[in-house]
Design a protein around this ligand. Sequence first.
Ligand SMILES: *Cc1c(COP(=O)(O)O)cnc(C)c1O
Length: 396
Amino acid sequence: MKHTRFGPYGGVFAPETLMASLEELEDAWRSLWSDLGFRARLSGLLRDYAGRPTALTHAERLSEEFGFELWLKREDLLHTGAHKLNNALGQCLLAQAMGKTRILAETGAGQHGVATATACAKLGLDCVVYMGSVDAQRQRPNVLRMQLMGARVVVVEHGQRTLKDAINEAMRAWVSDPQAHYVLGSALGPHPFPSMVAAFHEVIGQEARAQILEQAGDLPDYAIACVGGGSNAIGLFRAFLEDESVRLVGVEAGGEGIDSGRHAARFAGGSPGVLHGCFTWLLQDDDGQILPTHSVSAGLDYPAVGPEHADLERRQRARYESASDEVALRAFAALSEREGILPALESSHAVGWVMEQAQELQGKRLLVNLSGRGDKDLGTIFALRQEGASDAEVLS
Ligand SMILES: *Cc1c(COP(=O)(O)O)cnc(C)c1O
């Protein structure tokens, strides 16, 4: 395999048994991504089924209040409510072209599982989604959504019984099933996944760049996105890599604070190592054991970051900051009240960071990727409000 790394990061740290599948995938990916027929089929699905292009919205009331010029790329308006469908549709179409009949996927909060079940229903593919039992319990509505679209949800009882364990189980199943393709949900894992997933999300930044040039008349000073595995952020960033005047900022989950140890801020609190087939920044102890993570947003609650981000950080082309649970919740409330948009708690971290940095950002044009809508988070918001007056104040 060629070009498996981003600087020192990335690679293919996979068991022998997985290599044949990864090589087959890389070959198919290389030939289909440059195949005009494939690209046209994917563009057609993204336009007529998923709802692209998504809007770019000037957040006028928040801008006025904070003294910056805030633009929101509205991935919350994509079918199923988040950017994840770009990748799920792309990979499922690829799998179909490869002659695969069955799709395997992992899911944490359920968003990637729902997007994959959706793509499979649309394309007529069998779908099996692996989900930790803790997550399946917390995210019952998403389990039902997947089942309603014909997917089989396999509950994983190993380890912490969350996302990391679901990925392990899905990879294991892939090894023993040559008729299956494994749809990984973020820009991580062994090559070719980080490159392929990023490519399927590039459309976000390409649209946003053209839209902001047209609507604002110029490029943004900053492009900002939340970073879980890093797929929505890399989809935005790639379009601006050559625009030296555009600063790129990724916002990780600061949870209850870096010092508390309860967070998912890999750059601030981690070190380089290997997880799920790839060398990157992650949260680990001195023995290399993966540490538990925490975030109010399930989608940012993962111990490793995609390798392309690790390299952008190394090259100082992007910087990585964090926003705490509290800051994200404040942004959730602000965007709901002032703009009439309920953002996903993940996306709220990006908005929260700009609100926190309002001093540094006075007069700047900011492009924030609103990766998803907040309807899925109403249970979390409701529970926090019930916890007591102090939380209720934060949120009201
Ligand atoms: C899954 C998810 C994320 C985090 O994943 P990335 O790969 O980092 O983009 C962010 N926002 C939403 C709405 C999500 O569903």
